[in-house]
Design a protein. Structure first.
Length: 60
């Protein structure tokens, strides 16, 4: 799952494994974060991403 070959959008791959990826794209003044989980992709704006990151970090 590689996001590095997209010429239409400037993509910033944050993290990537064999099955999952997190990347972001510039959207106006902020970013949209994309979390690919198999066949599902979550699209999160800045505030949503921050809340999601706190949620994941709290998982034990």
């Amino acid at each position: 799952m590689s996001m590095n070959n997209n010429s239409e959008m400037d993509l910033d791959v944050i993290s990537e494994t064999e099955n999952f990826a997190v990347w972001r794209s510039q959207e106006g003044d902020g970013f949209t974060y994309h979390v690919e989980l198999g066949g599902i992709t979550l699209h999160l704006e800045d505030e949503e991403w921050e809340e999601f990151a706190v949620l994941i970090k709290s998982v034990d």
